[in-house]
Design a binder for this molecule. Structure first.
Ligand code: MLT
Length: 323
């Protein structure tokens, strides 16, 4: 592990990443490696002016097949992959990165968010994001991992459990659900997608914060409210729109719950208004080896609102798992 860096922010100070992939700047050749300058090339005669060339068809935004996402990796040991919620990015897991010393913590940015903002398609299908993760495991030569997802990260984790069950060594589902949206919820997602594309992200924190953070956090932790606001405003409208469309179309993962055979931890904030605690209770009871942790004084973003309780639960759950 590299040495602490005085300029890093608090969680980063405690634990520096081992590797950051997919985030490199394009390398420029050093001055002494550049091609030597030769005599000037003869100039081609000017083309006669004719009718304008037809424009080439627009390039697709990103390849439609699976693509390993940009990722930050910390430490060594049993690999634990942390999947972010909507509309945030990998930074939301910093309080857990610090606590999970002794594990190989792999934190990707999902298509359209954070360092993967360029990878958004028209629709970010959850199944494709799950396949992106499988590609990431291939690239990193990880046969199996513990997968931990919060909300949209949980939709992806459940899609992964449906599509790549042999690569799961454990599962943590935080404030998420296996079922699909109601018609009203779907319509609201599509409306939000249109609105962010038309207006930008300005309205989003106010629209979402009351449901992302519990009442207790909103009253007592203005700095966390501010941090989440800034992370939301830092995203890209097209990534947000694509994720909303993808979540609206996501496949039903209810059927996979009874087939999950790995140790599973379900965590819910007791003040979660987006995915009520009863839904987590029901989901946990449908999974054979699931343990349920209900966290008081926390809403939807339980890992940020009550990091110590979530970290204790994670460490306790992970202790007997060796990969
Ligand atoms: C999330 O936290 O990932 C989202 O709120 C999930 C959703 O919109 O269903």
């Amino acid at each position: 592990m590299s040495q602490p860096n005085d300029e890093a922010s608090a969680p980063e100070r405690a634990r520096q990443p081992e590797a950051q992939e997919g985030k490199e700047e394009e390398a420029q050749p050093a001055a002494d490696q550049r091609e030597p300058e030769g005599p000037p090339e003869p100039q081609a005669p000017p083309e006669p002016e004719g009718p304008p060339e037809p424009e080439a068809p627009a390039e697709p935004q990103a390849p439609a097949g699976p693509q390993a996402p940009p990722v930050t990796v910390y430490g060594d040991g049993t690999p634990v992959v942390l999947l972010p919620a909507f509309p945030l990015d990998s930074r939301m897991w910093l309080p857990q990165v610090e606590a999970l010393a002794g594990y190989q913590v792999v934190v990707p940015d999902l298509r359209g968010f954070g360092a993967a903002r360029e990878q958004a398609l028209e629709v970010t299908h959850m199944d494709l994001v799950a396949d992106d993760l499988a590609s990431l495991l291939d690239v990193r030569r990880l046969e199996r991992v513990v997968l931990c997802g919060l909300s949209m990260g949980g939709y992806v984790a459940l899609a992964f459990a449906r599509r790549h069950p042999e690569r799961l060594g454990g599962l943590v589902l935080c404030d998420t659900r296996a079922g699909v949206d109601t018609e009203d919820a779907r319509a609201a997602r599509l409306a939000m997608a249109e609105r962010v594309l038309a207006e930008g992200l300005g309205f989003l924190p106010e629209a979402m914060l009351p449901r992302l953070l519990g009442e207790t956090t909103r009253q007592r932790r203005p700095e966390l409210v501010q941090q989440v606001t800034e992370t939301i405003l830092d995203q890209d409208p097209s990534g947000i729109a694509a994720a909303q469309r993808g979540m609206a179309e996501r496949a039903d993962s209810t059927g996979v719950l009874e087939r999950i055979s790995v140790p599973t931890l379900v965590i819910t904030g007791m003040e979660d208004e987006l995915i009520p605690p009863e839904d987590s209770l029901q989901m946990a009871s449908a999974i054979r080896h699931a343990r349920l942790i209900q966290v008081p004084d926390a809403g939807h973003l339980v890992n940020l609102e009550q990091p110590d309780r979530v970290n204790d639960a994670l460490l306790d759950f992970l202790a007997p798992i060796w990969i």
